[in-house]
Design a protein around this ligand. Structure first.
Ligand code: C2G
Length: 143
């Protein structure tokens, strides 16, 4: 059984995330997602998520491609995770191209970077929504 692992925040789940998870699962038989905890997001990724860890975990566990969700609490846990779960392949979007090559040197796992889905990101969603809200507010004030 080929075991795959990937890491991420997966806030405000969107089709870019689903494309990544689908392609990751297609590369093997079992997909583990290490999901960034709220503390890790705030302290190490400077990300304030819309959904809590528990809610983001619930969403991921509902996806047919995901077999197991574990917490990501540190940048430094990947090698241990890969050894502990006997992972064959580490997969992540190519916005991280080259950042995790060390995993291939320090473990038996292959490292694969998959093309990001263009034009969609949690940041863009938040930006679009705030602009739409501003426009609506402005319209109601002007009218
Ligand atoms: N992704 C994608 N296409 C998008 C947006 C995201 O393929 N349009 C991918 C990212 O490349 C990543 C995964 O979806 O592989 C999760 O994205 P994020 O939640 O933004 O995760 P990130 O902040 O990149 O966290 O230790 C690694 C980090 O936890 C990765």
């Amino acid at each position: 059984m080929k075991r795959i692992i990937t890491y991420g925040t997966f806030d405000m789940l969107h089709y870019g995330h689903i494309n990544l998870l689908r392609r990751a699962k297609e590369r093997g038989d079992y997909l583990i997602v290490a999901l960034s905890t709220d503390e890790f997001n705030q302290n190490s990724k400077q990300k304030k998520t819309y959904f809590s860890f528990e809610k983001r975990k619930q969403l991921l566990e509902a996806i047919r491609y995901v077999d197991l969700v574990i917490p990501e609490e540190s940048w430094d846990q990947k090698v241990n995770d890969i050894n502990l779960y006997q992972v064959d392949e580490f997969v992540i979007g190519d916005d991280w191209q080259g950042q995790f090559d060390f995993i291939g040197d320090q473990t038996n796992a292959d490292v694969v970077y998959l093309a990001r889905t263009p034009e969609i990101s949690t940041t863009q969603i938040k930006k679009d929504l705030s602009i739409k809200n501003l426009a609506t507010e402005h319209k109601s004030i002007v009218e």
